[in-house]
Design a protein around this ligand. Structure first.
Ligand code: XLS
Ligand code: NI
Ligand code: NI
Length: 436
């Protein structure tokens, strides 16, 4: 046992003062017609939870995640599997997400890395069968190895492109082996620093070529799930090609990838793009491409990916409102989040997940209340009433011309105001649902 001081985390309700209990997440409780756990489909991110130990630009590890072994060995890789499954079981988390190099130490030799991946996924499969825990999505880390300094799909080197292709192929193999529901492409270093050395058009075409080959190969080995692009506007590169959901959707359509791909929206990446989390979710949803979510939270005062555990209930509420309105996710909610560097104990790992799971459970409960209350949806519906009859209906049915509209406008007389947006009233409705 790796976490002997923590027993199974239970739902104790909002009056509980137990730091190791859920206050709002009650897995089997029915909200909006389904058990909470089905709406939320929480996943543990292998990289933050089992690998990252708190190193930052200015200091080394604070957390001990050796799990009694030597880091960088296959023994450590297996200990992480054991610790990870114990962690997920204790929290009642039913999914995990991983990069290839999160689950094994990378060797200098590709064949050896692949052999290690086979070995560890055999081990993971046994654990999955024993516990019923499943894989939400897999991905390839094509940004840490120095060879990807100029990108993976967008690299200037054909040899590096081949290394990227090899990693995508293997990551797809093991994702399918583990029954993963999805496969993610986060742009990593797919972007550029200066146009003085970059052919943007060529680099984007090459990324599309890599993705097309991934779709072809994935389908050929029986992958039926969704591919995802996870947009991010900057960091590590100054200009990332998948800036935001709109940009990624445009790219997918341009290269005919939109049938196989959806969007994995990360809250913190939305913030970095100058959008709200809800905006990115809505843009994905209205394009039929809301696939999965990286559930974290950024810091509005900082300009990088702080990957905090979500606690802002306004944001989780508006997120779950979008998810409910979209009819759910094909993926789930992956906690792409890490403890703060100074919260370095094993107990802090549990506290962080409890915070995040409770914040989203609360968001789900409140979002369902907003929908049941109906004030906001009714208001939005009424706001466009003028398009439901008369000249408005003609516009919507595309049964008119600029000339006709111009004549109509000339006869309107005085300039008209469009009707109040009532933002302050609607914000008070929201607060009433949240706290009333
Ligand atoms: C980095 C990304 C990354 C992806 C998976 O900012 O969020 O962690 O989710 O490669
Ligand atoms: Ni992410
Ligand atoms: Ni991120």
């Amino acid at each position: 046992m790796y976490f002997p001081n923590v027993t199974k985390i239970k739902y104790e309700g909002p009056n509980s003062k137990n730091p190791l209990a859920f206050k709002f997440y009650d897995a089997e409780k029915i909200v909006a017609g389904k058990p909470m756990k089905e709406h939320l489909r929480f996943a543990m991110a292998w990289w933050h939870n089992l690998c990252a130990c708190g190193t930052d630009m200015f200091g080394r590890d604070t957390a001990d995640k050796s799990f009694g072994t030597i880091i960088g060995t296959m023994e450590h890789a297996k200990a992480k599997v054991d610790a990870g499954f114990e962690f997920m079981q204790k929290l009642g988390i039913e999914y995990f997400c991983f990069h290839d190099v999160d689950i094994v130490p990378e060797s200098n030799n590709l064949k050896e890395t692949n052999r290690r991946l086979d070995e560890i996924t055999d081990y993971m499969l046994i654990k999955m069968k024993q516990t019923g825990i499943k894989c939400l999505w897999g991905t390839a880390n094509m940004f840490s190895n120095p060879r990807f300094a100029n990108g993976a799909g967008s690299t200037n080197s054909a040899d590096v492109f081949c290394f990227a292709a090899a990693q995508v192929k293997k990551a797809l193999d093991i994702t399918v082996k583990l029954g993963g529901k999805g496969y993610v492409f986060w742009g990593g270093r797919e972007g550029y620093e200066t146009l003085l050395n970059t052919d943007v058009k060529f680099e984007q075409e090459n990324i599309a070529r890599l993705m097309k080959m991934a779709v072809k190969y994935g389908r050929s080995i029986g992958f039926k799930g969704d591919f995802y692009i996870e947009p991010k506007p900057k960091e590590p590169m100054k200009h990332q090609y998948d800036f935001d959901a709109s940009t990624a959707i445009g790219f997918l359509r341009q290269y005919g990838l939109d049938k196989d791909f959806k969007i994995n929206v990360e809250a913190n990446h939305a913030t970095l793009a100058g959008h709200t989390f809800q905006h990115e979710l809505r843009i994905s949803a209205i394009n039929g491409m809301l696939g999965s979510i990286d559930a974290n939270q950024g810091d509005y005062l900082l300009g990088w990916d702080t990957d905090e555990f979500p606690f802002n209930v306004y944001e989780t509420t508006m997120c779950m409102y979008e998810v409910l309105k979209a009819g759910g996710l094909s993926g789930g909610l992956n906690f792409d989040a890490k403890n703060r560097r100074s919260s370095y104990t094993h107990e802090d790992m549990f506290n962080a997940y409890i915070l995040g799971m409770d914040a989203f459970a609360l968001g789900l409960i409140k979002a369902s209340k907003i929908i049941d209350d109906g004030t906001i949806d009714d208001f939005i519906n009424m706001r466009y009433n003028s398009f439901k009859h008369g000249i408005g209906a003609k516009i919507v049915s595309e049964n008119t011309t600029l000339e006709e509209l111009s004549n109509y406008a000339e006869n309107l007389g005085e300039a008209k105001l469009p009707g109040s947006g009532k933002q302050e009233y609607l914000e008070s409705v929201l607060n009433n649902v949240l706290f009333g």
